[in-house]
Ligand binder design. Sequence first.
Ligand code: NAP
Length: 266
Amino acid sequence: MGKVVVITGASSGFGKATAELLASQGHTVYGLSRRKTEHGQITFMQCDVRDFETVKRVIDSIAAKEGHIDVLVNNAGMGIGGALELATSDEIAVQMGTNFEGCANLCRATLPYMRRLRQGKIINISSIGGLMGLPYQGYYSASKFAIEGFSEALYAEVKRFGISVSLVEPGDFATNFTASRKNSQATIDDPDYGPVFKGSLDIIENEENGGLKPDRLALVIARIVDARNPRMHYVVANLEQRLSVLLKRILPGGAFARILCSYYKS
Ligand code: NAP
């Protein structure tokens, strides 16, 4: 049976690939993003996930039209690169507001409809950066750690209403994420941080540009949409990055931190 699915960040990357795949499988897909995009089978709605009033209006209108919302995929996101010390208040607000508060806004607006019917699925796109603190991507990591904690708590609060919560933790994928990253000018200009930041950014951008294709992640999300009992965590990454997640779990904290420092030459 086709489900009613809402996906944020559907104008590009994972969101676009997922929206297209789910629509081709017969689901009714609503794509939310700031840019309005056209795609025959997807209904696009303009929405900045940071703005709760707009989010609520959009979700209320979808629920009014469809009568229910079965699946919410919180995917909208962006990255800010730079030294933690040199970030501006605006940069921190944009990073946390888009990635974390955006996810919370969509959940707050959609849960009343799911709870009323005692069913639903929430799929939150985190990152491997939400499982380990990445140097010079610190606020990005913090926003994804926040999504991890939020999702674990939400799982425990809404399980008894028949609502599942899953976290998808991608490694590096080739999307517009790399080109959209905002890099801190203060860090670039700083004699202490600048050269090291540039070196770590080169490593990250190379990995992203040579990363997996977003269709692969879309397939995992489609499997979660179909699953009777979805898991809580789905790490989707190449072998090396899956290994890093395993090492983070089993090594003493200091030993793992030293490996990260040496990998990113920080
Ligand atoms: P992308 O191609 O840049 O897509 C990002 C999407 O988010 C766009 O559709 C963008 O649409 C939307 N977006 C950004 N800010 C928004 C806002 N304020 N309100 C509404 N929509 C907003 O990047 P992607 O790689 O597909 O990223 C999707 C998610 O995957 C993000 O949460 C990212 O952190 C996560 N992720 C990516 C990677 C990777 O390697 N690519 C790895 C791990 C996790 P508009 O600009 O039109 O609003």
